[in-house]
Unconditional design. Structure first.
Length: 134
């Protein structure tokens, strides 16, 4: 009887750890930018970055890191999509000086995207927006 309780307890603990690990990975992704973009006033050179966000509602805080250090933190909106994106990508808006600001991140196989930026990025005309791939 005692062995059964111990085995059941270990099994339950293992399941809790597995569920926690799976849930923790749902707020992470990768971002590959093909050009220099600006996020929260900081320039990100072309390359691959890790993206992680915290928050449960539509408003979240996004942390972008280069693998070791956090290079930018910015507020964002978690926007649900009707269907999963086939591939990851990103969107930018270009200001009058030609600087590109990151405005969105798409994750392949996921039914959501991150919308980044202030009201001016949200109201940019379609010709001001470009899109890259992840």
């Amino acid at each position: 009887m005692r062995k059964t309780k111990l085995t059941a307890g270990l099994l339950a603990f293992s399941l809790l750890l597995a569920v926690g690990a799976i849930a923790g990975n749902s707020n992470r992704g990768t971002l590959k930018v093909d050009e220099t973009v600006t996020v929260a006033g900081k320039q990100l050179p072309a390359g691959q970055y890790q993206v992680e966000w915290s928050g449960s509602g539509p408003s979240v805080e996004v942390s972008i890191s280069n693998g070791r250090d956090t290079v930018a933190k910015v507020p964002a909106q978690l926007v649900p999509l009707k269907k999963a994106e086939p591939a990851g990508g990103y969107s930018t808006s270009t200001d009058q000086a030609g600087n590109k600001a990151l405005t969105g991140i798409l994750f392949g196989g996921k039914k959501y995207q991150l919308s980044i930026g202030d009201a001016s990025a949200a109201t940019a005309t379609p010709s001001d927006k470009t899109q890259g791939s992840n």
